[in-house]
Each structure stands twice: as C-alpha cells, then as structure tokens.
Ligand binder design. Structure first.
Ligand code: THU
Length: 138
C-alpha cells in the first residue's frame, strides 16, 4: 500500500523511526517507540515516546513526531512510520490517531517491528468517520 512512496524514502522513514526509538524515555513501561513523519514537502520529522513519573503526562512517539513537524512549519502529513522493537507491529493509540488525523487524514501509516510482519494501512482505515478540522469548517 505504501507503493506510492519511493523505496528510498520509505527506507529513510524506517531508519528515522528506529533511530528515534533508541532515544525513547520509557523507564516505567520499558516500551520503546519511534515514529517518523513524512510531510507533504518531503521533510522527515521523528519522535520517541517520553514518559513521566506522573504517568498520565506521557506522550507517545507519534504525537511527538507530529508536534515536531508542526513546529517546523509542516501542516500536512503524507505518511507515518511507527517502529517498536517487538515481534509484532504496534499500531498508533487512539489519541495519536486523532492527532495524526488533524494534519494527515489521508496519510499512509506503516508499523514495523523486529519481526517480518508489517501493518500497512491508512488513517482512513484506522480512524473511520473521524472528527476533524472539517467539522469546524477548517
Ligand atoms: N506508546 C507510543 O509511544 N506509541 C504507541 O503507539 C503506543 C504506546 C508509548 C506510550 C508509553 O510510553 C508506552 O508506549 C507504553 O504504553
């Protein structure tokens, strides 16, 4: 499904997500996540999960990557790659789906791991009938 992305771009996104996962701050869950965003302009922004002693303040890798893209002036997401060092792929949580939807309702989402399985999907499939900017006339 990621066929419309060049193999080199995809490889770069996966490498960026893997690299970011190494910087995860996850002393409580010990679950390392890395995410990489491809913007409409072709830039790549990555993020890792950052936990907190006040557990509820934890921010997922995907949201950190999205916020980084926005901070760099990118408001349009083309693709998201999520990497976890697990045997099976990890899909973005509900909160992250909502945040990705804000900037990439048509984005591709590829979840990769240390095993052979991949979850290769779209935001439309992950968050059907989404509430988004259009509901507010934006
Ligand atoms: N986490 C992410 O970063 N992304 C996901 O898609 C799922 C969960 C993080 C949050 C927390 O630091 C840890 O993984 C366990 O939930």
């Amino acid at each position: 499904m990621i066929a419309d992305l060049e193999a080199a771009t995809l490889a770069e996104l996966i490498a960026a997500a893997k690299e970011a996962s190494k910087r995860a701050y996850s002393p409580y869950s010990r679950f390392r996540v890395g995410a990489a965003i491809l913007t409409a302009q072709g830039a790549i922004h990555s993020g890792c999960n950052v936990e907190n002693a006040s557990y509820g303040l934890t921010v997922c890798a995907e949201r950190n990557a999205v916020f980084r893209a926005v901070a760099h002036g990118s408001l349009s997401i083309r693709a998201v790659v999520v990497y976890t060092p697990t045997p099976t792929p990890t899909a973005p949580c509900g909160a992250c789906r909502q945040v990705i939807n804000e900037f990439g309702p048509a984005a591709r989402v590829l979840c990769v791991c240390d095993g052979p399985d991949r979850l290769d999907t779209t935001m439309a499939a992950l968050l059907p009938d989404a509430f988004g900017p259009m509901n507010l006339g934006r």
